[in-house]
Design a protein around this ligand. Structure first.
Ligand code: GDP
Ligand code: MG
Length: 375
């Protein structure tokens, strides 16, 4: 991918305008890709909701993007269709196994099956459609940590809507290599810019020039600004410089910080991530207002370990699941949310700028088991 604003020499600030190049190395600076008007007051606080509401009409894209995930649940669907009320214990046992096979994990599968058993005992399930609707209800209640009364996060204000606060608001995006961080940042910049927010992308993946080129290309496509890149530089320093510029120049509403991919088991790299967070907070004490873990939706239950380790290093405020258009494992999504009590904020369902969909638990459950009638 060729990035329009990026300098291709090994060590340089890639997004500084050519006539500024002499001064570029001495201080970090930003180059507006296009002039943007000042955002209206209160815009930021509303943006998460606005984006979610607008995407609600885009269910078709959500549904199409989750078709492979749906296919993987064929076994569960079959069981629901042919179960019989007389021997529901057998069906529940088989359902538990089918859910485990579909990546829900033993703990979450058991929670779901126990919930269904309660409803069966209470006599509220009689038909296959009842059973499917009950299963969807169970999944929705697990996927909505903020509204789940038994959840430890019910009072913590964690919600699936993006929470943007501060001038500027800073988002820190973390995850393992190849999870889809940079692509997600680009899509997010596109969504936010479209709603009138002035966005700055901060290239905290300082290991590879190609990473900054990829980010700069997304900045160009979305009309965001691009922060100064310093190959081999300290990521915390690069992110702090971007936040500082945004703070001083007051021309940015949202700073989105990219980071290098790292294995959740690599201690030194995880510590570096904690430093990134501190560096941002040193400049803007209330930031980052969101620390979002990007998870590759095709990795199954391994997501759970990743999410735990990242959450221990940099307290996460939510998850973004990518590649649900691939051979994704929707069950693992339910398991991660159930066990970590972290909301999913967005899902990635393709590689175009529009392919980042705000997460909606009801839509997701509906997409997994579409044949059920709403109750
Ligand atoms: P990073 O290393 O975490 O920054 O990952 P990248 O953003 O570079 O993405 C790695 C690969 O995954 C790229 O080829 C992206 O185009 C692809 N990718 C990211 N998100 C999605 C998605 O939602 N769907 C699909 N199909 N591919 C994606
Ligand atoms: Mg990247």
């Amino acid at each position: 991918m060729q990035a329009g604003n990026v300098c291709h020499s090994r060590r340089c600030a890639p997004v500084v305008a050519p006539h500024d190049s002499a001064a570029s190395s001495s201080r970090s600076r930003l180059q507006p890709v296009r002039a943007q008007a000042e955002a209206s007051p209160g815009l930021l606080a509303k943006l998460g909701r606005v984006i979610k509401e607008k995407a609600a009409g885009d269910y078709e894209r959500f549904f199409k993007g989750t078709s492979k995930t749906r296919e993987r649940l064929g076994l569960v669907e079959e069981l629901l269709t042919f179960w019989s009320l007389e021997d529901y214990e057998d069906t529940l046992e088989e359902l538990e196994e089918a859910l485990i096979t579909a990546d829900f994990g033993p703990k979450t599968a058991l929670t779901i099956v126990d919930g269904l058993r309660e409803e069966l005992k209470a006599g509220s399930i009689k038909t296959a459609d009842d059973m499917r609707s009950a299963l969807k209800r169970q999944i929705i209640s697990l996927l909505e940590p903020a509204s789940n009364s038994s959840s430890s996060s019910s009072s913590s204000g964690k919600t699936s809507e993006l929470q943007l606060q501060g001038e500027p608001a800073v988002l820190l995006i973390v995850g393992v290599n190849g999870a889809g961080k940079t692509t997600t940042i680009g899509k997010l910049a596109h969504r936010l810019s479209k709603e009138g927010a002035r966005v700055l992308l901060a290239p905290g993946d300082t290991f590879r020039a190609a990473a900054a080129e990829q980010l700069a290309e997304w900045a160009r496509r979305s009309g965001a600004k691009m922060g100064t890149f310093k190959e081999g530089g300290r990521p915390g320093g690069v992110l702090a410089a971007a936040c500082n510029d945004a703070k001083q120049q007051k021309d940015v509403d949202v700073v989105i910080c990219d980071t290098a991919g790292r294995l959740h088991t690599a201690y030194a790299l995880m510590e570096e991530l904690a430093n990134c967070r501190k560096s941002i907070a040193n400049v803007l004490p209330k930031q980052p207002c969101e620390t979002l873990l990007v998870l590759d939706g095709t990795t199954g239950l391994n997501m759970l370990n990743q999410a735990r380790e990242f959450n221990d290093t940099v307290p996460l405020s939510g998850l973004i699941l990518t590649k649900l258009d691939g051979t994704a494992r929707g069950g693992a999504v339910v398991s991660v949310v159930d066990q970590l009590k972290l909301p999913v904020k967005f899902i990635g369902v393709g590689e175009t700028p529009e392919d980042l969909q705000p997460f909606d638990a009801v839509n997701f459950a509906e997409a997994l088991f579409p044949a059920a009638k709403q109750q």
